[in-house]
Design a protein around this ligand. Structure first.
Ligand code: C5P
Length: 306
């Protein structure tokens, strides 16, 4: 099939649990985390560029402001990596239609990189398996493999070694957005600072949470959400505690800072609760925006070719 471009839809993630071990010598922390892909998407268009144009990156959409469009962007790095690994013609035009918050703890940058890998595989007909693409993704960042995989999965190691998790049902999320991001390394650094002098055990799986997912039990899932980075994110951004309070007050089944934050994710029982909480958060004055999503959803996948 001769195609000149593809559009890949990639999801945001929430970490339903995030257990963080001690700081290792490589500057990373060993993790055990449960990811869920949710229905908040970026659409990544990858097409052949005009001859001699090299890799070109553009962005649009509600969260595109401030996204770097040069080689510091993970999507750009993903294209460079694919070009050098497979010795491809490097005139590639990439466009990110962004809805996932930037530096929001929802793996937006990683999702875009995942979209580029899957897009280049499709455009150049490389025929890579999902596993191969995930391995390439892990060279770029800890969350990239999950952007390719989607669904619900446990991440070990740096978060990049994935195993699918048995999960029943669909879960409703209300997401409280902030108007500025938090840097992931700073949040991990703050976590280390808060734990100074404590003996930190190796990270462990959250068995209650895995059982709740197997049973499709939203109430139990809400009770067992956990995030070792939450105190650090709240320490750097104290207003997040006020946001979490709104969720408790309006009967969310569970409230959690997503990954390294500052997005706060509320698990709710049904549409009606989702609407109540959306209104309460929007009028609280403590959030920059509210979006709703369901999970789990698919990983990076092609939605059109042209
Ligand atoms: O892998 P990624 O580039 O997304 O990680 C960004 C930063 O987050 C790392 O430089 C490190 O400071 C922190 N990190 C960590 N342990 C992990 C994953 C990320 O300390 N398992």
């Amino acid at each position: 099939m001769n195609q000149s471009g593809v559009v890949i839809r990639v999801p945001a993630k929430v970490n339903l649990s995030l257990s963080v071990g001690p700081l290792d010598e490589d500057g990373y922390h060993e993790l055990v985390t449960v990811f869920q892909a949710i229905s908040l998407f970026d659409d990544v268009t990858v097409k052949f560029g005009v001859e001699g144009s090299g890799i070109a990156l553009g962005a649009s959409g509600s969260t595109a402001a401030g996204v770097p469009l040069d080689e510091t962007n993970l999507a750009y790095k993903a294209a460079q990596l694919m070009v050098s690994k497979y010795q491809l013609d490097s005139d590639i035009d990439i466009h990110l239609a962004k809805e996932i918050p930037v530096a929001g703890g929802m793996a937006g940058g990683s999702a875009d990189a995942a979209g580029v890998i899957v897009g280049i595989d499709a455009l150049y007909e490389l025929g890579l398996s999902r596993d191969e693409m995930q391995r390439i993704g892990s060279e770029l960042g800890s969350d990239v493999p999950f952007g390719i995989a989607g669904g619900t999965a446990i991440g070990r190691g740096h978060g990049d070694q994935l195993t699918p998790v048995l999960s029943q049902g669909s879960y409703q999320w209300v997401l409280a957005l902030s108007n500025s991001g938090l840097s992931t390394p700073s949040v991990y650094g703050e976590c280390d600072r808060l734990r100074e002098g404590m003996s930190i055990s190796r990270p462990s799986a959250n068995d209650a949470l895995l059982q709740a997912l197997r049973a499709g039990d939203a109430k139990e899932l809400g009770k067992s959400l956990s995030n070792d980075l939450q105190s650090a994110a709240c320490s750097l951004r104290p207003a997040l505690r006020l946001v979490l309070d709104v969720g408790h007050e309006y009967g969310a089944l569970g409230c959690i800072v997503s990954g390294s934050g500052p997005t706060v994710a509320f698990l709710v029982e049904d549409e009606e609760r989702a609407l109540d909480l959306t209104v309460a958060l929007s009028s609280s004055g403590v959030v920059a925006g509210v979006v709703r999503a369901t999970g789990p959803t698919h990983g990076a996948r092609r939605i059109s070719s042209f």
